[in-house]
Design a protein. Structure first.
Length: 270
């Protein structure tokens, strides 16, 4: 989850090796909850039921749902269905139908550290075009992570994501971005999902941030609904997003929010 695009600065927090452990634990809890969702996200479930399921697990593990009451957000997770790009608000009246796609975005606070990740789920079975969107979005995330290492620049991440998405004739949402994370929900830097090689701050060991590309089948432009949270595609085309929290190490990076049962990409095709 992200509230706004944050301005980059030279004051990007640098964390010690010991602080990686806090992020590791928080990220593992977030990933474990997302892993469990594959068993409950089926036609007929409401997004409010998904919210309650996640909320209860978070509390049982001694953690706090970071989105709840954050800047006025009313729920514990975000549930973004079909053409909702991000920040969808769970609702008892939003019942998932076969063929829908949904992004579930979870951020926990565990012992003061934020674990932030989101994943796409297919409701029932989806068609091949929608499958390609989800697969491509996941690939964009992993390509962005692969290049995130010391000596690279933030713009390198955005460049790799944009290049891959556009090679499949999809578009990259530009209104939202990844962000620094740690003891605070949102810190510098902004992690854009488009850009040019060599642009932006240089990556250094100890930086923590999210990479969370939002990819649309149609045009990249979005609008915010009257609830002041829900972002949707202007042309009502489908949108997908995957997100991980990562830490830059001496030799590369560590993904804090990896699936523990290899369901990072839980999709079925017709």
């Amino acid at each position: 989850m992200y509230y706004q695009i944050l301005m980059d600065s030279n004051q990007i927090p640098i964390h010690s090796k010991k602080e990686f452990e806090g992020m590791r634990n928080a990220g593992a809890l977030t990933a474990s909850i997302l892993d469990k969702l594959q068993n409950i996200i089926n036609p007929g479930i409401s997004t409010e039921e998904i919210n309650e399921f996640c909320h209860n697990i978070i509390l049982k593990n001694g953690a706090i749902p970071a989105p709840l009451n954050y800047k006025g957000f009313p729920k514990s997770i975000c549930t973004s269905v079909n053409h909702v790009v991000c920040h969808g608000i769970p609702n008892k009246n939003k019942i998932l139908q076969s063929g829908d796609i949904i992004n579930v975005d979870i951020t926990v606070i565990l012992n003061g550290w934020h674990g932030d990740s989101s994943r796409m789920f297919a409701v029932g079975k989806i068609n091949k075009k929608t499958h390609l969107l989800l697969k491509t979005t996941y690939e964009c995330l992993m390509l962005g992570i692969a290049i995130a290492k010391p000596g690279k620049h933030l713009g390198d991440i955005g460049y790799e994501i944009q290049k891959h998405a556009e090679s499949k004739n999809f578009s990259v949402v530009k209104d939202f971005c990844g962000h620094g994370i740690g003891k605070k929900f949102h810190t510098p830097p902004s992690v854009l999902h488009y850009g040019n090689m060599g642009e932006g701050p240089e990556l250094k060991p100890g930086m923590f941030f999210t990479i969370e590309p939002m990819i649309n089948i149609g045009d990249w432009r979005v609008k915010i609904l009257k609830d002041n949270w829900t972002a949707v595609t202007k042309d009502k085309s489908l949108s997908a997003q995957f997100e991980h929290s990562v830490g830059i190490t001496e030799t590369g990076n560590e993904i804090f929010t990896l699936s523990q049962n290899n369901t990072d990409l839980p999709i079925n095709v017709l």
